[in-house]
Every structure is written in structure tokens, then in C-alpha cells.
Design a protein around this ligand. Structure first.
Ligand code: PAF
Length: 277
């Protein structure tokens, strides 16, 4: 496995290694969810590349950039046995050299939900992902469904900008008790970790309501909210029932609907979702 930090080295590797090239962009502090993306890429591609880069432009001024967990030796030890051919681990200066001032922004899809609560977040995500795509030039890239809006925004960017890259969605990986895997779970203290289970329970409730025939989106939002509010450590940012494609909030559920939520436990902000179909 080669670990490269410069764009010149990345360009050399992308020209040498066999195709198709599968790519898993990450911010490091890897967990089983990331490894699931890597394994899927291994199944489908001759070469797999992983990037590890904590992207400053997708964090707001009050967010956890400085505290974001980092452990490169641990990450490399996790991906090497998975058959990853190369890891791209650039510095902030390599990705954003002095004077860099071009941004990639996806319109309406990046406005609601995470976009509304984390102003500028998706501009940072789409800019860095576009840059990573240009540097790595993958054939296929793999994104977790846990970041439901991110997946849709990146798919739209790739389509609108004719990038010719397959964006492959991979189902959320959960702990045994249902908590969605996330690098941010390490911030939770034991009480918060226990409290955070209300997220999965609330999504299961949404699924049960839907299966029982409920199609009133507000009724589902209300019951999901009530279940979470019963947990004193949980502070809801949003609970949404939206069109699965456009992310517009629904009144009545006609087609596939994305139930998504963002909830704070202490200083830790968690997101999760399920699609009703
Ligand atoms: O999902 C993430 O880890 C990040 O948003 C990504 C896609 C690697 C861009 O920095």
C-alpha cells in the first residue's frame, strides 16, 4: 500500500494502477462503516484508493474541526489488510494552496436539513470532493447512506458537471444495538451513548408507522419527535420527512420518503435516516 501526500504522486499512481479504480473519500478515524465502503470497492474494482483528509472548509466556525478525531497510523493499519492500493493523505496546504478561491456549489438540494443547520457545509464538501475526484480520477466512488443528503448532493454534482463517475451508495453500518457508526460516536460519554439509541428506535418507529399504513408525514414527524424528546439528554435540531429525491418536506407520503434527523447529545451532533418505500 502506498501512502502519498502530493498531487504529483497521486497523478502518477492513477496513471499506473489497473482500472477500474474505486475511490473511498474519508476524513479518517475510520470505523467498520468505512471498511464496508472499502470492501464493496474491492469487490467491484481492480484498484482501490482511499483519501484521508479532514476538510476544514466543511466545518463551520463553531464546529469541531480542531477536536475532530485523527489517528493516521491506526487508519493505515485498518485499510492495508483490506487490499487498498493507495492512500491519499494531503495536507491542508496541498488541497487549498494560498489563493485558492474556487467553490463548487449544488443548488436547492444542499439548502435544507444539514445545509440549513450547517451554513456553508455542503459548499465545503462538494468543493473538496470535486477536487479529490479531479486528483484521483476514479471510475467509481463509494458513499455511505448515513450521510443521506451528502450522497444526494454529490450525486447531483457528478451528474450536473458531467463527471462520468459512478456514485455508489452503501447502506449504513450499525453497532449491534442499532447506533449508526460514526467517527463522532467517540465523543459520547456512556450516558449519552445509551441515550443516542433513541435515534434508531425513532427511525424504527417511523418504519412501523409507515408499514401500518400511515401516510401523513406530519404524524410521523410528530411521533418521531415525541420518542426522541422522551430522552432528556437528546436535543433535536430537526426531524424531517422529505421526498427521497428532492428532499422537499412532504405533507402526504406518495412515493419514497426520507426520514432524517439531527440530534445533539451534549456537544456531539449525530445524524441518521431511513427511507420509507
Ligand atoms: O463524509 C465524509 O467523510 C466527508 O464529508 C467527505 C465526503 C470525505 C468530504 O470531506
Amino acid at each position: 500500500m502506498q501512502v502519498v501526500t502530493t498531487i504529483a504522486e497521486a497523478v502518477r499512481l492513477r496513471q499506473q494502477l489497473p482500472r477500474p479504480l474505486g475511490f473511498v473519500p474519508t476524513m479518517g478515524y475510520l470505523h467498520e462503516g468505512h471498511l464496508t465502503l472499502v470492501r464493496r470497492a474491492r469487490q467491484e474494482c481492480a484498484t482501490v484508493a482511499v483519501s484521508i483528509f479532514v476538510n476544514p472548509t466543511q466545518f463551520g466556525p463553531q464546529e469541531d474541526l480542531a477536536a475532530y478525531p485523527r489517528d493516521l497510523p491506526r487508519d493505515l493499519g485498518m485499510v492495508e489488510p483490506e487490499g487498498v492500493a493507495w492512500v491519499f493523505n494531503p495536507s491542508v496546504e496541498v488541497m487549498y494552496p494560498q489563493g485558492a478561491n474556487t467553490w463548487v456549489e449544488v443548488g436547492a438540494l444542499s439548502q435544507p436539513l444539514e445545509g440549513a443547520h450547517r451554513p456553508g457545509h455542503f459548499r465545503g464538501v462538494t468543493t473538496v470532493v470535486a477536487k479529490l475526484f479531479n486528483i484521483v480520477r476514479p471510475d467509481r466512488t463509494y458513499f455511505g447512506e448515513k450521510d443521506a443528503q451528502q450522497l444526494r448532493v454529490i450525486r447531483k454534482m457528478a451528474y450536473d458537471l458531467n463527471m462520468g463517475i459512478d456514485i455508489v451508495p452503501v447502506p449504513t453500518v450499525r453497532e449491534r444495538d442499532g447506533l449508526a457508526m460514526s467517527s463522532r460516536n467517540v465523543y459520547l460519554n456512556p450516558e449519552e451513548r445509551k441515550a443516542a439509541l433513541c435515534l434508531y428506535r425513532s427511525l424504527q418507529l417511523a418504519q412501523r408507522l409507515y408499514r401500518a399504513g400511515e401516510r401523513d408525514a406530519e404524524a410521523i414527524r410528530r411521533q418521531v419527535r415525541e420518542l426522541i424528546q422522551a430522552e432528556p439528554l437528546a436535543h433535536i435540531e430537526y426531524v424531517s420527512v422529505a421526498d427521497d429525491e428532492t428532499l422537499e418536506e412532504l405533507a402526504a407520503i406518495g412515493g419514497p420518503a426520507l426520514v432524517s434527523l439531527a440530534v445533539r447529545f451534549g456537544r456531539t451532533r449525530l445524524i441518521d435516516n431511513v427511507t420509507l418505500r
